[in-house]
Design a protein around this ligand. Structure first.
Ligand code: MN
Length: 484
């Protein structure tokens, strides 16, 4: 049964200092309620909105990065609905209708899932203002005796990005969101780590069923989880002979389920019309060119450059580039270390694993490329074994140690003393006579003996030398020169 997924993503332009139509600061995140407001974003009578040029430029940049057709005029419309968080009773937004057009349409971006490239089409992008926010004294709509409204968010510049239903699995949807977030980060328009700056709604249908909309998915991981849950739910309904209803459901991130939203079962009539307070903004070719020139290198271009300049395959280049901080760190290290593939491998496996394990927010850290390079170089020079390098990695991640200095101070460099290793190997032989017999018959079984030496030296034995010594001792046993 074929699955079709489309996404609708709201992104705040957090790069801006002020809101979309007034000069009120847009950085409301840790401010007390209703302190980031003015008559315009409170929707008081008699005020006039003035578009924020920086917001329009950021929006145009996103449209260019997503390969969209850009309308020659930006037309703002009024989208009417009644809700306490919307003081004007209309939201200034954009619409596709007579005399109205979204500023950007027919774009696309490329995702890679399991090594397969895929194009996801973007239907349109709107520029609009964020509404305010309802808050509840107990934190929950159900248990609170009343609700409160905070207009700090009201009027913050927002992009609404809508895709075609081109994704066929939750994994693809997640890859899309990851790629989109990376592009926004490279453009520097949105800090996606700010809570609420990035909100996803998804619609999903299974062949033979109706389309279901899932609202309120707050994080990238939840996109995949919510869709997995919803597809399983729809499959069960269809398999038991039932019908999937066309409905709106809410993602509950705590219970990890989608639940139907009551009371909103019909398409609302928003009575869209062009906002008479806002004359259309003309987008000239010159303006677009100027914006294009200011755009930084984007993920796709960087991935291509990584394959050419560093000889990396697309798989590795993709993982590095999609995390901008990691790609930046890679390039810093690459100035000092030229085995690029080895560098990439250590970064995307052990290094990344420890960043996660130690719960580090990588974007808020200043990384020391020297430390990573010192680890790789110590390994190359034979000062430490691979296993020791793995053991030192958490110190590289957490403290940025200089590995060579560290092993000198701690006296933990690799053991290359042949006599010492031989005596340890003999111990291992004596303790494991059966393993010695096995190894005489089956050459593969020597790994057990080598492993025994490694265990006794806590990974410090030089692996190649140890293999050589174990083989030599086995030969001696075979010839009867050594008895154990
Ligand atoms: Mn919207």
């Amino acid at each position: 049964m074929k699955v079709r997924i489309g996404l609708e993503i709201h992104v705040q332009l957090t790069c801006l200092r002020s809101k979309l139509f007034c000069s009120t600061p847009s950085n409301y995140y840790d401010k007390p309620p209703n302190t980031c407001v003015c008559p315009v974003c409170l929707g008081l009578p008699g005020v006039l909105p003035v578009p924020n040029k920086k917001a329009i430029e950021a929006a145009l940049m996103v449209a260019l990065a997503l390969n969209c057709e850009i309308a020659p005029k930006i037309v703002f419309v009024r989208k009417h609905y009644f809700y306490p968080d919307l003081p004007k009773n209309y939201q200034i937004s954009q619409y596709d209708g007579p005399g109205m057009i979204p500023y950007a349409r027919n774009g696309y971006l490329t995702i890679v899932v399991d090594g397969v490239k895929k194009i996801v089409r973007i239907r349109r992008i709107n520029i609009e203002e964020d509404p305010g926010r309802l808050t509840y004294p107990t934190g929950s709509m159900i248990t609170s005796p009343y609700s409160m409204v905070d207009y700090n968010r009201s009027g913050v510049a927002l992009l609404e990005i809508v895709t075609e239903p081109d994704m066929e699995s939750p994994k693809e949807a997640r890859a899309f969101v990851e790629k989109l977030m990376a592009i926004l980060e490279y453009l520097g328009v949105t800090d996606t780590s700010i809570e609420g700056a990035f909100r996803v709604d998804a619609n999903v249908s299974i062949e033979g069923g109706e389309r279901v909309e899932i609202k309120n998915i707050g994080s990238m991981k939840d996109v995949e989880k919510a869709l997995n849950y919803e597809i399983l739910r729809q499959r069960k309904v269809l398999e038991s002979g039932g019908k999937v209803l066309r409905e709106v459901r809410h993602w509950d991130p705590h219970k990890k389920v989608t639940v139907p939203v009551r009371g909103k079962e019909f398409e609302e009539d928003y009575r869209y019309f062009p906002d008479p307070d806002l004359p259309p903004i003309i987008v000239t070719k010159e303006w677009l060119e100027e914006i294009r020139r200011k755009m930084p290198e984007l993920p796709d271009a960087r991935i291509e450059r990584f394959t050419k300049q560093y000889g990396l395959d697309e798989y590795r280049a993709n993982i590095l580039v999609l995390s901008k901080w990691l790609a930046d760190l890679f390039e810093e290290c690459a100035k000092m270390y030229s085995d690029y593939k080895k560098l990439a491998d250590w970064l995307i496996t052990d290094f990344l694993r420890w960043v996660k394990e130690l719960n580090i927010d990588p974007k808020k850290r200043s990384w020391n490329p020297r430390s990573i390079v010192s680890l790789l170089q110590a390994m190359d020079r034979g000062l430490i074994s691979v296993r020791m390098a793995k053991e030192l990695m958490p110190k590289v991640v957490a403290e940025g140690i200089d590995v060579e200095k560290f092993i000198e101070e701690q006296k933990i460099s690799k053991i290359t003393d042949e006599k010492l290793l031989e005596s340890i190997a003999l111990e291992v032989f004596r303790e494991n006579p059966k393993a010695v017999k096995d190894a005489l018959k089956n050459p593969k079984a020597i790994n057990f003996l080598v492993g025994g030496v490694m265990k006794k030296t806590r990974g410090r034995a030089d692996p190649e030398l140890t293999v050589k010594i174990v083989k030599r001792l086995l030969e001696a046993v075979e010839k009867g020169e050594l008895s154990i």
